[in-house]
Design a protein around this ligand. Sequence first.
Ligand code: ZN
Length: 471
Amino acid sequence: MALKFFNTLSRTLQDFVPLDPSGQSVGMYCCGPTVYDFAHIGNWRTFVFSDLVRRTLEFTGKKVQHVMNITDVDDKIIRRVRETNTSLREFTGRYEAAFFEDLKTLSCLLPHTTPRATEHIPEIIALIAKLLEHGLAYKAPDSSVYFSIENYRKSGRQYGQLVKLNFDEMRIGERVRSDEYEKESVADFALWKTRVPEDGNVFWASPWGEGRPGWHIECSAMSMKLLGTSFDLHLGGEDLMFPHHEDEIAQSEGACVQADGKRFVNYWLHGAHLLVESKKMSKSLGNFFTLRELLAKGFTGREIRYLLLTAHYRETFNFTFDGLQGARAALLRIDECLNKLRGLARGTASQPDPEWITRFSLALEDDLNISGAWAAVFDWVRQTNRKLAENTLDTPSASVALATWNKMDSVLGIGSPEEQEVPVEILNLVEARQAARKAKDFKQADTLRDELKAKGWVVEDTPKGARAKKI
Ligand SMILES: [Zn+2]
């Protein structure tokens, strides 16, 4: 079966065909955090979903180029910089560092590139200049530059590819300066915002005077710079569909004329909202949680990741504390089974059982049917536990079972507690062994393997490279 995704552009389930003629390389862009505060659990649902997409692509043998931007200048950030009386970099640096820590806590793979908007001002200016050149943008009386929806539509292009828009009530030339606005108020949006006193020291020089970029143009500039003017996948939460993603399409397709009708992005995937205890998250309801607040309540990143991964990405998910307790119990069942298997396998390496892997894979390839994938995992746990109880597992079959788990876990990323505590000394030995193998010095590689074994560790080769496991 081929990998299928629900593409917001076509509103249908489509076979995923990468632009790369060999079908191997995939370019994937995810809208990253706006670093003005700690990311909340709703944000984390989207980032864990992005991680699932990347891991699934890699599981199916694709080579992914994963780009996630850091929005380090926008309306909200400028407001906070003013309120806290700090510099832009000082303010955003703190939340950016916290974001990367949290990403690690949730075992999300680090994107290959994490560009900052403020480090791409020349690219942003060049893109705006192109839009002006194409007659798709104009300078307003205050020197800000706006995107002209009327001209864009007149040029034969479609504004409203991801969402249906009603243009009857749209007033031509009406402008919106704010980065965030509602579908009902579709209007020309700001590409470059001229400097105002409230911006303080946050401004850059441009051909249109001092100012700063709008939020939407940041993503167009960074994604096209790093992935090309046409790439495979763009991900984000459904709240970004309008205006952010719609505006990204208009800016990118308006600036870069595609010779053969190519699109800016071929597949758009959107993750659904998250409720907390059945209600929309809000500070006034007391159900607004950052990841850090949940950790302070005694839950682990692993439990939170597990819970976030139990629902299909296109379904609204109800995050509850009962759910977190359930996650703890489910992980305990998995860990018990794995510990017994480890005891039996005694570090022997093996290949995964293709039957289980096929079942797990078929579920994921069907638009990330995570319930189907978990059903495969828990059937596997049940069957393995039965065999363990009957005492019918010998060392080779326990080793196959562990290899099966590791393969499935390369997508789930929940690991097991032991794996998170590999001492540096062991990691160094694993690295040295890898280097020896790469240099075809197999004698040295074997010596290092024996040394690891003597210290109670074994090296397993996984699709992600070598991994140390306790014997
Ligand atoms: Zn974006």
